[in-house]
Design a protein around this ligand. Structure first.
Ligand SMILES: [Ca+2]
Ligand SMILES: [Ca+2]
Length: 438
């Protein structure tokens, strides 16, 4: 039977409608439907060792949905970042972490989350690739913890510094505390840049020295810090007190640092200070400073619930013949008094006191005092904690004073009392003092 004109029109109209519906479905399937974590994971490629996405993902955006297995809120110099960890259910050893610049209050572990994930052409340590600002690896959520690890290495060596960006876009490293200051003439400094997509974690060895065999090039060097200037003019050493020692108050300025244009890009650097010190300069120190530049500038993790981020404090011993007094000389990481425990043990490791400060009352307003006491058969001790600004934070000038009372004395034994101040989790010991009564 011949098909009349109106039937032909109907068929054409239906065909167009079907094509349209299929196109919309294809578009929806490709971009608009929420992706599962498994689907997102399956799209990852690894050219040149960088976890990234195929070229045709650039300038696209998808909604990704999954149930977070973990959540951490990090404090950074650019604000709060929340990192959500998702297990890839069909590959239990794998996971994806998504990062969001917020306090993360709208996400909870175990509750389904929907996140917008965008893709863009980017540059990671000199290597072009398609990345996402929301995917933690190899971006911000992955790089920032490296600084925490590097800081651990420095703190073990008795070196504390602060890093900031100057108005001119240079990076300033302020030395806050250096135990056993080193001669500038027996110290050198090297600025290393990560190239070819080098992923920093693989280059920081167990002793904290960057491995120069892969993905790192030296871009400037001061052979002898008393020269104060790098060969290429990128590094400058400021001996602020002019004593020719690397010590607290000095600073290092680093220039010539690249900032990627794209939000997901990163350029990493490692500044290495090598020093010899001690008798006959037989001790060696390698101080590292890991610098990450993003499009918004220097980015650092400065606190929050990153699991290995411990508060650091240095207490100065100001004990007298009758009392133990330790005063905070330097602190980093925002330790709070109510997160600490104080313990005093005698020479037989018997606890004289074990105070958990989590529910201790501090007076108000500043200076704020907390009073504790303990009584044993040989010793009665009063403990006063002074929070100078009454801000709840363990910071410079705050102190702990332990005084024997009721006619008892620290002198009653010949070996030392041990004072320990730790965080409640027991992961960080902020003060460990042996007190010998006179
Ligand atoms: Ca100095
Ligand atoms: Ca305080």
């Amino acid at each position: 039977m011949p098909i009349n004109l109106s039937t032909k029109k109907k068929i054409i109209a239906i065909s167009i409608a079907v094509i349209l519906i299929m196109s919309i479905f294809t578009l929806w399937f490709a971009y608009m439907r929420a992706w599962s974590i498994e689907e997102l994971y399956s799209k990852l490629i690894e050219p040149n060792g960088i976890q990234s996405f195929p070229a045709d993902f650039a300038n696209t955006s998808v909604t990704v949905t999954g149930i977070p297995a973990g959540k951490e809120v990090w404090k950074t110099n650019r604000g709060l970042m929340t990192v959500l960890g998702f297990n890839v259910t069909d590959n239990r050893s794998k996971y994806i972490a998504l990062s969001v610049w917020s306090d993360g209050s709208s996400y909870a572990v175990g509750e389904r989350a929907y996140l917008q994930v965008t893709f863009e052409w980017s540059i990671f340590n000199g290597e072009p690739c398609v990345l996402s600002p929301q995917i933690a690896y190899p971006g911000v959520g992955y790089l920032l913890p490296i600084e925490v690890v590097v800081s651990d290495v420095n703190h073990v060596q008795g070196v504390y510094y602060d890093v900031s960006e100057t108005a001119e876009g240079r990076v300033k490293i302020d030395l806050l505390d250096v135990s056993g200051p080193c001669n500038l003439s027996s110290s050198n400094c090297s600025l290393m840049s990560y190239v070819n997509g080098g992923v920093p974690a693989t280059y920081v060895g167990s002793v904290g020295m960057p491995d120069t065999r892969l993905g790192l090039i030296e871009t400037d060097r001061i052979d002898n810090l008393s020269l104060k200037e790098g060969k290429e003019g990128f590094i400058g050493y400021n001996d602020s007190n002019g004593n020719e020692l690397m010590d607290a108050g000095d600073s290092i300025i680093v220039g010539g640092l690249q900032k990627p244009i794209m939000q997901s890009g990163a350029q990493c650097y490692m500044l290495v200070l090598n020093s010899s010190f001690g008798p006959n300069e037989s001790d060696h120190r390698h101080i590292l400073c890991f610098i990450v530049m993003y499009s918004q500038g220097l980015t650092r993790i400065i606190g929050g619930d990153y699991p290995n981020f411990y508060p650091y404090c240095r207490f100065e011993d100001q004990s007298s013949s009758t009392a133990i007094k330790v005063q905070v000389a330097y602190t980093a990481g925002g330790a709070q008094w109510d997160e600490l425990s104080i313990s005093l043990k005698d020479s037989h490791f018997n606890a004289v006191s074990d105070w958990d400060l989590s529910d201790v009352e501090f007076s108000n307003p500043s200076p704020s005092f907390a009073y504790l006491s303990s009584h044993t058969s040989i010793l009665d001790v009063n403990c006063t904690i002074v929070d100078l600004e009454g801000n709840g934070l363990v910071d410079k000038g705050d102190y702990v004073l332990l005084t024997p009372v009721n006619g008892t004395s620290f002198v009653s034994q010949d070996s030392p009392y041990v004072l320990r101040i730790s965080n409640n989790a027991g992961t960080s010991q902020l003060c460990n003092l042996n007190y010998y009564a006179q």
